[in-house]
Design a protein. Structure first.
Length: 173
């Protein structure tokens, strides 16, 4: 398994972020863990949004401060995934999204990258003084459930939300 590092997105990755976005949108209109990347026509505008989302003083209404990272394969500086750490939970996130969302490029799945990204993200959560994190996944997303469980998560319950059963897991830090 190749080593992954987490890096804050910046313009030096603009072309690779665009390729990641295009590949992801072929599969789904929503890119998990990417803070609305699918809604922005320019990477520069998306990066400005990430800056707004990073601070309690500037985060858009209804959202909580968050930190987005690119999951970079160290050997070739290639984006294999993205991960979003929400610094705390609001009512919606307690039910639906949790503290962490992530995605891995379809072409890079089943290589252990999501597990590495989650492990690295949990270290970032500790740096943020978080004591525990909530992660959710659709009940039928077995691959994501395996990633979550690999981090020592405990299933709390399954809730029916927005037409789907969502499993809710907690990880003690």
């Amino acid at each position: 398994m190749e080593k992954i590092i987490l890096i804050k997105p910046d313009l030096s990755y603009a072309d690779e972020i665009t390729k990641y976005k295009e590949e992801s949108l072929k599969e789904s209109p929503l890119i998990n863990g990417a803070a609305g990347l699918n809604n922005f026509s320019s990477i520069k505008d998306w990066l400005e949004e990430l800056k707004r989302r990073s601070s309690k003083a500037t985060v858009p209404e209804g959202l909580v401060p968050s930190s987005i990272y690119l999951g970079i394969r160290e050997k070739d500086n290639y984006i294999v995934g993205m991960i979003d750490i929400r610094h705390y939970l609001n009512d919606f996130l307690k039910q639906f999204g949790g503290n962490i969302g992530y995605s891995v490029r379809k072409s890079e799945r089943n290589k252990g990258y999501a597990k590495q990204m989650l492990k690295l993200a949990l270290e970032k959560c500790k740096d943020l003084k978080m004591k525990k994190v909530l992660i959710t996944c659709d009940e039928d997303n077995i691959a994501s459930e395996k990633v979550i469980l690999s981090a020592g998560a405990k299933l709390e319950d399954i809730r029916f939300l927005e037409g789907k059963n969502r499993k809710r897991f907690w990880i003690e830090l």
